[in-house]
Design a protein around this ligand. Structure first.
Ligand code: ATP
Ligand code: MG
Length: 254
């Protein structure tokens, strides 16, 4: 049975999309059948996986508003073992269009119901907000991974995120768990990165992945080539990091 993981943090630029793309791709490399669901109108995960987001018609938006079946919105085998439901700027309209819908928090859950068993993992990239889109992701998910950037304001907003996750758990999805926190953009040359890791460990009572994703320029370059890191530079420290994270994510389920 498939496991649905939301990659969420309402703080912008912390590595949600980078983690979605590369965790998904490293899981696929290990033989897992993966569906990536881009739930961010920015469409960074869509373009990072080599899809021209401005030239696609069937996206998660069309599926959410009921214009298309979700099956019609899946782009199959963009890489071995990896399918994607893309997103583009149209998705920013979903918020308003869902306002009057009774199922508004459950739309994604309902759409994914019959789909998840065809995959080992469904990875949902969330937008940088605690909007109805993120609530949909948390309602559909079995668990959440929270990327935290190794910078001074790392913990800012985390309390709010944890509160939102708790609320969703109470009201919409009682099986939701926080799978873990993963540090991103760790710079071994600075004391700051180390201090942030220590500080978060001391102050956040959550599972923290042993894997720490390093700051690696190859990870920043890869999306402009439309390639996940294991294809763009298989030996880079970024690829090594995301492979290790994939191992931990697989182990969590066992
Ligand atoms: N480990 C890393 N090393 C170097 N650059 C990185 C790393 N992780 C992410 N980046 C870069 O940092 C920027 C922000 O990352 P990303 O887009 O993954 O964050 P995000 O949380 O998805 O942002 P948003 O909130 O806008 O959706 C991007 O330019 C990305 O290429
Ligand atoms: Mg993003």
């Amino acid at each position: 049975m498939g496991r649905i993981i939301a990659i969420a943090n309402q703080k912008g630029g912390v590595g949600k999309s980078t983690t979605s793309i590369n965790l998904a791709s490293c899981l696929a490399e290990k033989g897992k059948k993966i569906l990536v669901l881009d739930l961010d109108p920015q469409g960074n995960t869509t373009s990072g996986l080599g899809i021209d987001k401005n030239r696609i018609e069937n996206t998660v938006y069309e599926s959410m508003i009921g214009e298309k079946n979700i099956e019609e919105c899946i782009k199959k085998n963009v890489f071995d073992n990896l399918d994607i439901i893309p997103a583009n700027v149209n998705l920013s309209g979903a918020e308003i269009e869902l306002i009057d819908s009774e199922e508004r928090s459950y739309v994604l859950k309902n759409r994914l119901k019959n789909l998840k068993d065809g995959y080992d993992f469904v990875i949902i990239d969330c937008p940088p907000s605690l909007s109805i889109l993120t609530v949909n992701a948390l309602t559909a998910a079995d668990s959440v991974i929270v990327p935290i950037q190794c910078e001074f304001y790392a913990l800012e907003g985390i309390t709010q995120l944890m509160k939102t996750i708790e609320l969703v758990k109470e009201r919409l999805n009682d099986k939701l768990t926080i799978e873990g926190v993963v540090f991103t953009m760790f710079d071994a040359r600075t004391n700051l990165s180390l201090q942030v890791v220590e500080n978060v460990k001391d102050n956040l009572d959550q599972n923290i992945y042993k894997t720490i994703i390093p700051r690696n320029v190859r990870l920043a370059e890869a999306p402009s080539h439309g390639l996940p890191i294991n294809f763009y530079d298989s030996k880079s420290s970024g690829a090594v990091g995301y492979r290790e994270l994939a191992d931990e994510v697989i182990a969590y389920g066992n």
